[in-house]
Ligand binder design. Sequence first.
Ligand code: GLU
Length: 462
Amino acid sequence: MNIVTRFAPSPTGYLHIGGIRTALFSWAFAKKNNGKFILRIEDTDIERSTPEAIEIIKAGMKWLKLNHDGEIFYQTQRIERYKELITLLIEQGDAYYCYTSKEELIQLREMQLKEGQKPKYDGRWRPEANKELPIAPEKIQPVIRFKTPKDGVIKWNDMVKGEILIKNEELDDLIIARSDGTPTYNFCVVVDDWDMKVTHVIRGDDHINNTPRQINLLKALNAPIPQYAHLSMILAEDGQKLSKRYGASSVMKYRDDGYLPEAVINYLARLGWSHGDEEIFSVDQLSEWFDFDQVTSSAAQFDQEKLDWINNYYIKNKPAGELAKLIKPKLEDMGIEIIDEDVLKNAIKLYQDREKNLNDFTADILFFFKTPTPPEELKNKYLDVESINFVKDFTDEIATLDWTDSNVNNFIKEFVKKKGVKFPAIAMPLRTIIAGTDNTPNIGSIIFILGIDNIKERISLF
Ligand code: GLU
């Protein structure tokens, strides 16, 4: 079997973490099985769909390298095809015109609720053997409803949730075309999944209710029924639904906040899926290992700390040259001109082990390119006349050194020994003056990277 999966977002907002995880699992399953992964933009809701949202989807998938096969499908370009099949269903007797007005539907609903029944269309326009239908009112443009089978059940073996069974009697006669003739959501999905030869429908479990309706439609069209995998929700850290604050923001926000795409992919893959105890894996390993048996059917919980941990892992392990390409534009946005690329690369090497994201990273190494102004609190703590003089003596002596990283570091050790003080006595004032903070990695290496002239200049300001 040629496996075909699809990602079918509605471009009505930003592409959030849940959406991207659905795309990732669909992509991984297709890759694992040498299949095809389709991108389909479900843009028939003209009022809510926007070109910006389409661009965000494309940009997000490109950033994460979730490449789709073939062209992008747009539902708005396929309206004629949907209409053709709606006509076919009417001709077959599987769909019918319904002239019930909005007011009548409201009345019906109120009556059913009063009588303790579940509100449901009562089938008054549904053609039936030996049933006489009302005369079509002239002023009303009818909708088209699907003749849902009255008896029997729809049953499928969900690849995530297991067996699901829904009785047809619980389903309404679904509207498949509105009174203006436009096809409705469930119908478009069914036609597309069929035409695009989708074998595995992988989507959020908020669509479980649509599945029996879609299966009935597929059956009426004589189309094959795909396999279904309904992914569980992702909850916020407090167990609530994801809100804008917690992970539901656009996936591009993660890029803007300094996360690496490989870290986001790795993190999302582990959200609801596992492969033994592996926490760190490449996208190639994911596409090799991915399997629905290991996808959990319970909700997954977003964990910011873990995302940061994984991002730190990828930052730590990325070559400095590659990190430099990502950090340089951020520094330039802050008005910094990088003259010496080696300073940038060396600063990156010195800091990369401790950094959780590229934005904090950039902020932490900014002082290499711009003389900092230490906060008053640190000045009061570490910079009195005595310590400033001490630092000045130190610079005079170190200036004579043969300038290598290890010589500079050894020199500091010797210097404190000679002066009979502890390391912080020199390190803290130096950090405060040179970096504007008391928290840095090895101060000797910082001095080495910046060079003696730069150091002297900074110290001369005090
Ligand atoms: N367009 C739907 C959504 O964005 C997905 C439909 C589907 O995957 O079948 O929620």
